[in-house]
Design a protein around this ligand. Sequence first.
Ligand code: ADE
Length: 254
Amino acid sequence: MNFHVLTLFPEMIENGMRTSITGRAMEKGILTLHTVNIRDFAFNKHQKVDDYTYGGGAGMLMQAEPVYLAWASVAEKIEKQPRVIYLTPQGRTFRQDMARELAQEENLVFLCGHYEGIDERVLEEIVTDPVSIGDYVLTGGELPAMVMMDAISRMVPGVLNNQESGETESFSGNLLEYPQYSRPEEWHGKKVPEVLLSGHHGNVDKWRREQSILRTAKWRPDLLKGAELSGKEWNYVHQLKKKWKETQEKNENL
Ligand code: ADE
């Protein structure tokens, strides 16, 4: 996977990505990172990249030409036209399935905006995927680009070692991951669930599956719609919801 990032703050991306697991994957050559400073493509006296918006309104806008030239400098080196992700709160919301899908690409270009955004005309010409990382507004696209690259990297074969990857993890099958415990067996008076100490793999798997369903029903009930549960498991969900509703009603009547 080759990441290319068009940004006004390349050092932010370099510092963030060349550490920890993504940094290790770059050293191994499984990932590459190529940052392009958009300012290097502003050929005016002060290398200015922004200007006022036509029609008035607060703030400055990034101009089309430096963004276009920065993109062209990357695109000309890649045989097939790469997907260009523009980080914007107006985009499609980033999710695990999108990370999985994007990890199949050989090259990905991320375009990070600043100020009030980027001139619409260049976005029309180069962007293939406008993406948001959530319904809130950040000061620029660098953090969202790093969030996406981190999540995508984990899906690239070889980036995680076997121990880190874990076959089951949150969002696989639309369920959250079960709770996990390490040593000591008792901490602050809390004991590790007995079944996990039993060495009985069948029972452990059953308990974990149940916990995944319980946790998803409690914290992210919206995910359950897309989960593949057996009839018995759906029954369990209905029982849980009934129990929680009764507890809530009891508490309200107190
Ligand atoms: N730029 C500013 N806010 C953003 C967000 N929530 N997602 C993606 N890009 C952004």
